[in-house]
Design a protein around this ligand. Sequence first.
Ligand code: F6R
Length: 244
Amino acid sequence: MRLIVTDDYSNMSRKAAGLIASQVILKPNSVLGLATGSTPIGIYEQLSAWHQSGELDFSQITTVNLDEYCGLAPDNEQSYHYFMTEHLFSKVNLPKGRQFLPDGMNLDADRECERYQNLIGLLGGIDIQLLGLGHNGHIGFNEPSDAFVKDVHQVELTEKTIEANKRFFDSIEDVPRKAYTMGIGTIFQAKKILLVVSGAEKAGILRQVMCGPIWPQVPGSILQLHPDVTVVADQEAAGELERA
Ligand code: F6R
């Protein structure tokens, strides 16, 4: 794993956006695996700014997102579809037909998981997968459990994740209890992985992910086995790495 430590969130975002931008420049028809949450917002702002200043062209790019809540339609403000439209899709020249997320409104979980898994295969796999890190070590919605799940699947969110995500909803009762997510195998098939982590409250879990045992109770720890992972962390998030 390659580690880049930056002074703060804004430099973390700029560095990580630079790595995605170089992928887009070197291979203009790349498949980008994208994530939602607070951490990537600065990256999307930077990519949008570079697009608006004419430096970055997304016209041949395809995107596939990690996950989506079950039961939320794309026009629901809390859905990941909506998030992506607001933070990136509406700001860059990414073709509308090439922005893919799981369909949270498909209640046939088996079919939806199979469809999304096959879609990623048909696209030829992911060139670079952007990941954030949950407080419990989750990546995508692969929550701590007794085993790693390989393919796209439906998950029950843990209380910790529901608690962490309630900030985006009016009340905790509104947080969906289920989501579709890429599995660990789906994420692992990405040629490159870019993990972004910010803030002191992630320092302990980042240390476990990078230096601890590889086990499904810390899902992100499996990234130690991937051949091409870059972690971009701000100083606060990297605070416990030196000690480790
Ligand atoms: C989002 C996702 C999640 C987040 C993680 C960190 O698509 O899959 O794994 O990356 O929960 O979220 P933030 O960045 O809000 O701390």
